[in-house]
Write a protein that binds this ligand. Structure first.
Ligand SMILES: Cc1cc2nc3c(=O)[nH]c(=O)nc-3n(C[C@H](O)[C@H](O)[C@H](O)COP(=O)(O)O)c2cc1C
Length: 362
């Protein structure tokens, strides 16, 4: 029986506990996507997590469509991340960078050109831009040259992550972004080596994993998926069959860990989940499985106790509770996260959530 406070090896990473901080975009980097001292303070405050997964971080200008989110393609961004990784390490933590290409979800105002995706599709709803919300524009279908360039960008960003002091990377394969746009048949309508059959829809993801693994060592690489929910218009007609194939492929690629955003119940954002896919993936994949059960982390905890998964990742409670691990250990009350400051910029709602004081802890 596994416990939240047991250690866990994820490839090259040795986690002292199984409470992982889920990736959380906080939009504090500024327009040049360069991380700063405030971000170092925020992440260092949360270093007692077994592992911190960074906020989604652009691999290229073309792939980054979220205002004030950070990047990992320029030398200045690498220099900006160094004090962040260093502060987390000095506080006793471990941290991987979540590598992000948003595909069709990049508005040209931010990406500088028509976005690229698996197919010529338009995302639903609205893009966040520096001038407020705007309709998405139709993406163009990626050419073979585009795919080669983007795969290379992932590898360069992974190399930059290690140069900046990260302990590894997580490829963002969830939430309707580019990898997800290739994986699922609700967004990939290609009829070439990158689309059509399930096997072909796995090609882009596989090339990214192989390129990143060749660059920094596969033992430092993980990936995140959101297999049983429709996110930002991306879904699949047969999630279980797709993710069984994903599990077999990841096993072949020797990827050491995955994180699934896999709710059992409808999420606060209104997504209605289909059946869990992790029980079907587990026998096919010998790597570690981290579960984010979206609003109900106690459900993931129960699955950990039952050995159905290996670790739990938690998002919003980590925003509001820098000392979340201690609070869970003590059964102490949690601060509530204020959603109005999730992306608001500045220190408020970012580095000013109170830690448990000694009187409360006693
Ligand atoms: C403010 C905010 C930012 C988020 N940013 C990211 C992100 O950068 N990358 C990602 O994969 N998921 C992101 N998510 C999703 C979370 O990682 C997580 O899956 C979701 O919040 C549900 O888990 P929770 O109930 O523990 O918060 C974000 C969610 C929130 C609320």
């Amino acid at each position: 029986m596994a416990c939240l406070f047991d250690s866990l090896r994820l490839g090259a990473l040795e986690l002292p506990n199984r409470i992982v901080m889920a990736p959380l975009t906080r939009a504090r980097a500024g327009r040049d996507a360069v991380p700063n001292a405030l971000m170092a303070e925020y992440y260092a405050q949360r270093a007692s997590a077994g592992l911190i997964i960074s906020e989604a971080t652009g691999i290229s200008r073309e792939g980054l469509g979220w205002p004030n989110a950070p990047g990992l393609w320029s030398a200045r961004q690498v220099e900006g991340w160094k004090p962040v990784a260093d502060a987390v390490h000095k506080a006793g933590g471990r941290m991987v960078a979540q590598l992000w290409h948003m595909g069709r979800l990049v508005h040209p105002d931010l990406g500088g050109a028509q976005p690229v995706s698996s197919s010529a599709t338009t995302a639903p709803d609205f893009a966040h831009t520096y001038e407020g919300k705007k309709s998405y524009v139709q993406a163009r279908s990626a050419t073979a040259d585009d795919i080669g360039r983007i795969v290379a960008d992932y590898a360069i960003a992974a190399r930059n992550a290690v140069a900046a002091g990260f302990d590894g990377v997580q490829i963002h394969g969830a939430n309707g972004y580019l990898v997800d746009q290739f994986l699922r048949d609700g967004a990939n309508f290609r009829d070439d080596p990158y689309g059509g059959s399930i096997d072909r829809r796995l090609s882009f993801m596989s090339e990214v994993i192989e390129a990143v693994g060749a660059e920094i060592g596969i033992e430092r690489v993980g990936i995140r998926f959101s297999p049983n929910i429709r996110v930002q218009g991306v879904e699949d007609s047969h999630p279980r069959v797709l993710f069984e194939a994903v599990a077999r492929r990841l096993e072949k690629l020797r990827l050491p860990w995955i994180e699934l955003r896999e709710p059992r119940l409808p999420t606060s954002a209104g997504a209605v989940p289909t059946e869990l896919v992790s029980p079907a993936m587990r026998p096919l994949y010998s790597g570690r499985i981290v579960i984010n059960s979206d609003g109900y982390w106690c459900d993931a905890h129960r699955r950990l106790i039952d050995d159905e998964i290996d670790a739990v990742s938690i998002g919003r409670p980590f925003i509001a509770n820098p000392d979340l691990v201690k609070r869970i250990a003590l059964g102490a009350p949690l601060n509530e996260a204020d959603s109005s400051t999730f992306y608001s910029g500045g220190a408020q709602g970012y580095v000013d959530y109170p830690e448990l004081d000694e009187a409360q802890a006693a």
